[in-house]
Design a protein around this ligand. Structure first.
Ligand SMILES: C[S@@+](CC[C@H](N)C(=O)[O-])C[C@H]1O[C@@H](n2cnc3c(N)ncnc32)[C@H](O)[C@@H]1O
Length: 271
């Protein structure tokens, strides 16, 4: 469990408001969560018992997609909506394939930044952690630390993994993706996963629990058509937009199969 030092007022961490990052950490069996986060997670599990399987499948998609674009030659990564560090992190996956890969992490949750900076502090120059709110697309994308670290004139992979469903339509997720696409060089990739508005309404029932408990961000499941629209201007690489475990499954992968029907994902390439 997270200790009181991490929750000190100076860190900006509020232990009483359930945090999206800490609830997700709980689903992944992490230790960086408080009672308020665990109570919300338990409420979600009552209406969406597969939330843990979905979180794990989502994380595994992030790893496979990062490996895939690294193998395609990408050496710059922006992981926006990073989450509490979870092994393997994007820089570990990318650098196994391209040792000189550079990674920028962006998040607005203080606990994510506390951990990311502790993990990276003084250790490396190829990875940075930047505080930014993705509702303010221009401010984040033109942040001087991001600009100093990532050369958008060269191909980049931009990860929005389990992130856009934390933005309402009014927050402008479509404008964020458009701003990212406009800055990207041809040959860049968008790696995206999103909570699916399943026909049975399970994801919506889970989302209501976040609203009831006034979590740090809303949760907005979207339909297949709405999620596909985020890829306007990109070419989807094989196998297109699919459920999490269906994206280039590896041999021996533990398949959540029919249990995991709550996330859709895809990788798009800017032509
Ligand atoms: C569900 S976690 C996903 C973590 C990671 N991308 C993954 O898929 O394993 C979503 C992350 O997005 C962050 N987040 C939510 N709203 C955000 C915003 N407006 N700006 C920046 N980060 C945000 C949360 O703090 C959390 O760390």
């Amino acid at each position: 469990m997270t200790d009181n030092r991490t929750a000190s007022p100076s860190s900006g961490v509020d232990p009483n408001t359930p945090s999206i990052a800490r609830v997700y950490d709980f689903f992944l069996n992490g230790k960086d969560n408080f009672a308020a986060d665990r109570e919300l997670a338990e409420q979600v599990l009552k209406v969406a018992p597969n939330a843990r399987a979905t979180a794990r499948a989502n994380r595994n998609f992030l790893v496979r997609a990062t490996e895939s674009v690294a193998k395609a030659g990408i050496k710059q990564f922006v992981d926006a909506g990073t989450g509490v560090p979870t092994s393997p992190n994007v820089h570990e996956v990318a650098q196994r394939i391209n040792p000189d890969a550079r990674v920028a992490y962006i998040d607005n949750d203080p606990i994510v930044l506390v951990h990311a900076r502790a993990l990276l502090a003084g250790v490396r120059s190829d990875v940075v952690a930047i505080e930014g709110d993705l509702r303010e697309a221009t401010a984040v994308l033109d942040h001087p630390h991001l600009r100093a670290h990532v050369d958008f004139a060269q191909p980049v992979a931009f990860l929005l993994v389990a992130m856009l469903h934390l933005l309402t339509d009014e927050d402008g997720p479509d404008l964020l993706v458009k701003a990212i696409r406009e800055r990207m060089a041809p040959g860049s990739y968008l790696i995206l996963s999103h909570l699916w508005d399943d026909p049975e309404g399970v994801a919506r029932a889970g989302a209501e629990k976040y609203a009831d408990r006034r979590a740090s961000a809303p949760v907005v499941p979207r339909t297949t058509e709405q999620i596909l629209r985020f890829f306007d201007g990109f070419e989807l690489v094989e196998p297109g937009l699919v459920h999490l475990d269906e994206w280039r499954p590896t041999e021996g992968m533990i398949n959540a199969g029919a249990d995991d029907r709550f996330g859709l994902c895809a990788v798009g390439r800017k032509p």
